[in-house]
Design a protein around this ligand. Structure first.
Ligand SMILES: [Mn+2]
Length: 363
């Protein structure tokens, strides 16, 4: 990470903290620690107007010092790390933290001197992180181009007779040699979604031993991390020739996805981007089968604000990176989803970061 960027990211977080009356920030979540320091690992970052300090256990100290763009302090793992972090908090400070561990939060409260206040706020971090700087966008663009390469790999890799698990394993190999990592998303066990045939009717299917065969739709949802940042894209392939019904649904989703992409622009309400996809799908009679929102922000989390949903109160702005991913899921039979990651660059230009074709590709 570039030092300048990390510095201004800290300023963004501190500005958000001031807005809720806090002058010190304590970060525990790896995404937020990374955002503030450039170090991804076990540690606590403390930020106030005198700068950022990172407290790490001894085993991480060398690694932290080699990458972190701030002062690194060592403490014994556990409560002495917390004590060290709290010792950096001045008397009478108002502290906000992303710590969602209740017992840790209570311990902090007890140990802070009486004149200090502690409050939980994940929004301080999310609000800062929702606007990416040029460096962050360039990383996500590079990550997106790796996903495009992997879709090209699918063209020669996927053959009738392979299991979803085999396809996942081979794609993960291809991803990891290109520098991409599993996203460590907690709500799915597997790093990728490879959903074939009936499994493709489940938006978050886990890869199984199901063997792919001619006539299947195969949804490949690639959510991978690269230099800390997430890229997210989905293509639905056909294995051999598929029936007319499946092909029609494919092109309904494709048109809906294009309409939502066309709606993306700074100043636009996120719910209107959702509406562009949803109203088209509803008009084609599949409204009940579009069972999730149109997209979400991406960055250091797989899903983060802004939310591209029917009820979203968010407005698109320069620096945002989002996904656009409508889908149609016919219960117990098949499903189609097409997803691109999109950036609104700091000059206002909308860039669809995935370039891989959205024509129906027959493998
Ligand atoms: Mn997504």
């Amino acid at each position: 990470m570039d030092g300048l960027g990390v510095g201004s990211r800290g300023e963004r977080v501190l500005d958000e903290a001031y807005r809720i009356g806090c002058s010190t920030v304590m970060a525990f979540e790896p995404e937020d620690v990374f955002y503030l320091t450039g170090f991804w690992g076990e540690g606590i970052a403390v930020l106030n107007q005198s700068g950022t300090r990172l407290i790490v256990p001894q085993l991480e100290a060398d690694r932290a010092r080699s990458v972190a763009r701030c002062e690194v302090l060592e403490a014994e793992r556990g409560s002495s790390m917390l004590d060290r972090a709290l010792s950096l908090v001045g008397d009478g400070a108002s502290v906000c933290t992303d710590c969602s561990d209740h017992s840790l939060f209570e311990r902090m409260k007890v140990r802070l001197v009486e004149s200090s206040r502690l409050r939980y706020s994940k929004d301080v971090f999310y609000n800062a992180r929702r606007i990416k700087d040029g460096y962050e966008i360039s990383i996500i663009e590079r990550a997106s181009s790796i996903l495009d390469e992997l879709f090209r790999v699918c063209e020669y890799l996927i053959r009738a007779g392979m299991s979803e698990r085999q396809i996942q394993a081979m794609l993960m190999y291809e991803a990891m040699v290109r520098g991409a990592y599993p996203p460590a998303y907690r709500y799915t066990l597997s790093p990728l979604i490879v959903a074939s045939g009936t499994n493709s009717s489940l938006p978050h299917a886990e890869p199984s031993d199901r063997v792919v065969s001619t006539g299947d739709l195969i949804t490949i949802d690639l959510t991978l991390r690269y230099n800390g940042y997430i890229a997210d894209a989905t293509r639905t392939f056909a294995l051999g020739s598929i029936d007319g019904e499946r092909e029609d649904v494919y092109y309904v989703v494709r048109e809906a996805q294009q309409r939502a992409l066309d709606a993306v622009c700074e100043g636009v309400q996120c719910r209107d981007v959702d509406g562009a996809a949803r109203s088209y799908i509803e008009g084609r009679g599949y409204g009940e089968r579009f069972i999730h929102s149109t997209g979400h922000g991406i960055g250091l989390d797989v899903h983060e604000p802004p939310w591209i949903s029917r009820t979203s109160q968010d407005t698109l702005a320069r620096g945002m990176c989002i996904t656009v991913e409508p889908g149609i899921y016919i219960h117990g039979r098949y499903g189609v989803r097409i997803e691109d990651s999109v950036a609104i660059r700091d000059d206002g230009r909308v860039v669809v970061m995935n370039r891989y074709t959205k024509d129906l590709v027959r493998l």
